[in-house]
Write a protein that binds this ligand. Structure first.
Ligand SMILES: Nc1ncnc2c1ncn2[C@@H]1O[C@H](COP(=O)(O)OP(=O)(O)O)[C@@H](O)[C@H]1O
Ligand SMILES: Cc1cn([C@H]2C[C@H](O)[C@@H](COP(=O)(O)O)O2)c(=O)[nH]c1=O
Length: 282
């Protein structure tokens, strides 16, 4: 069988079509990642190919990316304005680390529309719209191939679902039908596509710290975010990554206290560098 084939029997056409739609949409907008291209009826990537992880011993039927499974994937998690981007900036200076920041600019401007702004104005109407797009762009981040052996991502498809979709639903701002449709999409993606994460670095802050940093950053769409919103997001993160009482945690968690000033944070990042890069062997 040619390496370029997707090896998943009856699921093949459906997966190809779905990936086709996502790739076609994102191809036009995303730079910095290697995009899959179609050749002679089979999906290939310029560096890697989608392959099934199905083997005689392991019939998981998940799509995995050839070669990408050997790379170290670290997700930086934390509340809004906890310092994730600043942390990624620090690690981006290392030549063996590829940094993938959250695609917030896309959420603020997709073909002239601003789903992030719309969601904050009217979450019940626009929550599904934003979260569908967040899910798509996060999946794209997880699937894009990078030359560096270590990839550091801001958040993940998991936190988008377990923190932000969950918050919209629990607060009564997302209708049942929207939640069910998003959840079925999420379940399908995570059951059929391999999304490896080796380590979660959780920047643990108080909501008060985030509130102060949010005000300082002053993103237009976020101006009306109240303290209670950050408290709720904080609690969802704590239940997921610390108390482990809500959702499955996809990787070991390294907690870095992140209320400190910038010099102390940079010092902590340096102190934890080896531990983070050793995650592959954890
Ligand atoms: N340790 C820190 N002390 C004070 N301000 C910080 C610190 N880290 C980040 N900031 C500032 O807080 C704001 C949010 O930081 P950012 O890295 O964008 O957070 P996130 O990516 O988690 O939303 C920015 O204005 C940034 O300059
Ligand atoms: C993942 C995710 C994010 N958002 C919102 C929350 C914030 O307003 C921005 C992300 O900014 P941060 O400073 O990088 O935290 O996007 C959301 O509404 N839904 C999501 O799934």
């Amino acid at each position: 069988m040619p390496l370029s084939s997707v090896y998943i029997g009856g699921l093949r056409r459906t997966l190809t079509q779905i990936h086709s739609a996502a790739a076609a949409c994102l191809n036009r907008q995303i730079s910095g990642c290697q995009r899959p291209v179609r050749r002679k009826g089979a999906w290939m990537n310029t560096q890697a190919r989608l392959l099934s992880s199905r083997t005689p011993q392991n019939c998981t039927r998940k799509l995995v990316r050839n070669g990408e499974e050997k790379k170290l994937v670290i997700c930086i998690e934390g509340n809004i304005a906890s310092g994730k981007t600043t942390c990624l900036d620090y690690f981006s200076k290392a030549s063996d680390i590829e940094v993938l920041t959250e695609p917030v600019s896309k959420w603020r401007n997709v073909q002239g529309h601003n789903p992030l702004g719309l969601m904050y104005q009217d979450p019940t109407r626009w929550g599904l719209t934003l979260q569908t797009y967040v899910q798509l762009t996060m999946l794209d981040r997880h699937l894009c191939t990078t030359p560096a052996p270590v990839r550091m991502m801001e958040r993940s498809i998991y936190s988008a679902k377990y923190i932000f979709v969950e918050n919209l639903y629990r607060s009564g701002k997302m209708p049942d039908v929207d939640f069910v449709v998003l959840s079925e999409w999420f379940d399908w993606i995570t059951q059929n596509i391999s999304i490896p994460v080796d380590l979660i670095v959780y920047l643990q802050t108080t909501p008060e710290t985030c509130f102060a940093r949010l005000k300082e950053r002053c993103r237009e769409e976020e101006k009306m975010i109240p303290m209670e919103y950050l408290e709720t997001i904080h609690q969802l993160y704590e239940d997921w990554l610390i108390n482990k009482t809500s959702f499955k945690v996809p990787a070991p968690v390294l907690v870095i206290p992140a209320d400190h000033d910038l010099p102390k944070m940079l010092h902590q990042y340096e102190e934890n560098r080896e531990r983070i890069l050793a995650a592959r062997n954890a």
